[in-house]
Design a binder for this molecule. Structure first.
Ligand code: GLA
Length: 396
């Protein structure tokens, strides 16, 4: 049967094939299933999810793949082709001391067992092409892929929203990053050809088709900043502190007139943080309307305003992100651009007229290189489905 997720740019998905082949080499038999969980780019709605607000991400072609086969001994054995590293985790004793990417495995095992999932073991080989630490949710892809694999071998029905909540719990309570739900939700629930308008309070999802004639383009500034986790947690705490002072359980429920009427109760810094969240939520709602009306100029303008607010009020950009956004806005065919993800380095996202995509890329590369001496990585995005499980590829 034709399986779209296994295809890529006209050919077979190379990573799916690679993990399948490596599985056969390592374990001497074919895998039972191929598991896929994508990274994401967020079109608009940044640093709003943990305040119960609105976001609009899309799932990327770039994904994590795991070739898997069940085991009967209640342990998980995984080889990572990217880290050239293998681990074995006993499900009944998940306290084994592991560092780095295995913490995500331990975290999801812990979260699923907290929810009384009865887990079976499996062995697998994994690899992915979601750039790491770039703000494209490579860790959410990892968590979601692990949960998808466990659901498969443990014969637990796949409920994407439940999986996303488990993954978020693993990341915040085990790994220690008090993230919102956006990344895990889009990795689990993505819809091909669409961005998802998500209400992060009740997890309602509305798929919004990407308008005709435009491309979503990711611009990796190639800068990564240390301490992102603690800076991220600090922003989250600031939002919680502000909502306490303003007497609401979530900033999502504060309106601009309410904020201005109570502004003297907040420090100037907290005022700026809240102002970003309120205006960003408004921008996401306007962006949905703009997409439905095919008003690309308005959509682009909202993205630009989002960047300005993230730079000046939420203070999560760095000079590389400001530079690359400036280069994008000056490039041919660009309708709008902004940083995307947690910030402090990583990627920007731009909306570009399809017919000018190539010129746009050249212009941004030149401009950004002149400013910083760095070569940006430019990725043209195709929105894909969320996490999935596939028959292995029929190899001749
Ligand atoms: C990270 C978090 C998300 C979200 C974004 C910022 O990606 O994991 O929950 O808060 O930052 O919008």
């Amino acid at each position: 049967m034709f399986d779209k997720a296994l295809q890529r740019k006209g050919g077979m998905n190379k990573i799916a094939l690679q993990v399948q082949r490596a599985f056969v080499e390592r374990f001497g038999v074919a895998p039972d299933r191929l598991i896929r969980a994508p990274g994401r780019v967020n079109l608009i709605g940044e640093h709003t999810d943990y305040s119960g607000g609105f976001v609009m991400p899309l799932a990327l072609e770039q994904a994590l793949w795991i070739a898997i086969r069940p085991r009967s001994d209640k342990s998980v054995v995984i080889h990572s082709l990217d880290y050239i590293d293998s681990i074995e985790l006993k499900l009944l004793d998940p306290k084994v001391h592991l560092k780095g990417w295995p913490e995500y495995l331990k975290g999801v095992v812990w979260a699923m067992q907290e929810e009384k999932w009865s887990l079976s073991g499996w062995e697998g080989v994994m690899a992915g092409d979601v750039p790491q630490g770039a703000g494209l949710a490579s860790s959410a892809a990892l968590e979601t892929a692990f949960i998808r694999a466990f659901a498969e071998v443990s014969r637990i029905s796949w409920e994407p929203k439940i999986a996303a909540k488990l993954a978020q719990r693993a990341e915040s309570e085990w790994v220690g990053i008090s993230c919102g739900i956006m990344d895990q939700l889009i990795s689990a629930c993505g819809v091909s050809g669409h961005a998802l308008f998500i209400d992060c309070r009740n997890l309602d999802i509305l798929p919004v088709a990407l308008p005709e004639g435009v491309r979503v383009i990711v611009l990796d500034s190639k800068t990564r900043r240390g301490l992102v986790d603690s800076l991220y947690n600090e922003r989250h705490s600031q939002c919680e502190e502000a909502s306490r002072i303003l007497g609401k359980s979530l900033l999502r429920d504060v309106s601009l007139p309410e904020l201005d009427a109570q502004s003297t109760r907040l420090t100037p810094l907290l005022y700026r943080r809240v102002r970003h969240v309120i205006t960003e939520n408004q921008r996401v709602q306007h962006a949905v309307e703009a997409m439905h009306a095919n008003d690309l100029n308005l959509l682009g303008q909202l993205m630009q305003e989002s960047h300005t607010s993230l730079r000046d009020n939420f203070e999560v950009t760095n000079s590389a992100l400001d530079d690359i956004v400036e280069c994008a806005l000056a490039a041919p065919g660009c309708l709008g651009a902004r940083m995307t993800g947690a910030g402090f380095g990583g990627c920007a996202v731009a909306l570009v007229k399809t017919e000018q995509e190539i010129d746009f890329g050249k212009s941004v590369s030149n401009c950004y290189f002149k400013k910083t001496g760095l070569d940006p990585n430019i990725i043209s995005c195709i929105p894909t489905d969320g996490a999935s499980s596939h028959e292995p590829i029929a190899v001749k």
